[in-house]
Design a protein around this ligand. Sequence first.
Ligand code: AHG
Ligand code: MN
Ligand code: MN
Length: 347
Amino acid sequence: MTAVKTLGQFIIEKQADFPYAKGELSRLLRDIGIAAKIVNREVNKAGLVDILGDAGTMNVQGEGQKKLDVYANEQFISALRSGGECCVVASEENDECVYIESEISKNAKYIVAIDPLDGSSNIDVNVAIGTIFSIYRRQSSEGKPRISDVLQKGREQVAAGYVIYGSSTMLVYTTGKGVNGFTLDPSIGEFCLSHPNMRIPKDGKIYSINEGNYVHFPQGVKDYIKYCQEENADSGRPYTSRYTGSMVADIHRNLIKGGIFLYPVSSAYPKGKLRLVYECNPMAFILEQAGGVATDGVNRILDIVPDHLHQRSAIFLGSQNMVAKLSEFLTASGLTSYRIDKVISAP
Ligand code: AHG
Ligand code: MN
Ligand code: MN
């Protein structure tokens, strides 16, 4: 019989990978795991209690908040507050950074950026949703943390992960030494190692994009979509199209099976829709750690310098060869810089 390894056991074991670690990051990951279980409990009974639907409020991006968005945000922040290892939380659901100034957090070294509930439009219809998180080490040494502590390049992340509340609940994370996935066993209430050392296949046959926006896409993206739909026995085309509207679910599937996820700039979202700090960067870090690639069409996602908390970015990520093929189409369409505002003014 194979022994079950829980997330808690795994985190402690892996602490040895960081010789100077004092256990703070381990405790932080543990805190996130605990909050994920609490959110999972509410997600699972969403239809039974008065937790479906709109909260009647808006977040800073003018998007209506669902009750579960608000609930998940509160749970993660409160777990991070009581854990004592996090000094600032940057959340999709809060206009400004949330500074944690309690006594136990006064020496806290870590910053957490979070999308507490990803795929909100799927909450009321029982489609998989998620949580995305990203962890940075604070750079400033004393006083109140600065905004520059939060706006670090994605490549400075010390850990990142997501939780998928799907047909089962999983937590997948990296600390820069590969990617590991844990499935929640509801009978013992523990995340158990189920997907050790996850690797995304170099090639794939799935493309994930909201094709309803096709007319608004830049030419290079349109050309790539047509390429995916063409018949070609050698490369196994036409490819399969899969898109749920929950980034976590779409990327999780592509990570396991091989594929590409695309959210380009469009006339509706001239800078892209997805948020760099708490959606694109953590997913890019995870995918790179699993052997994949993540770009905004020109730049590696993890090299972009964020200039504000809720900044958006175009993003293309997934299997190496698929992203490389897309890049050929973007280049062939004559884009020197893949930003539609520049593209529109190009000759
Ligand atoms: P959120 O629910 O955190 O606002 O994120 C929704 C995101 C992402 O999960 C998904 O891939 C994308 O928005 C879907 O957007 P479209 O409906 O425009 O395709
Ligand atoms: Mn999201
Ligand atoms: Mn969200």
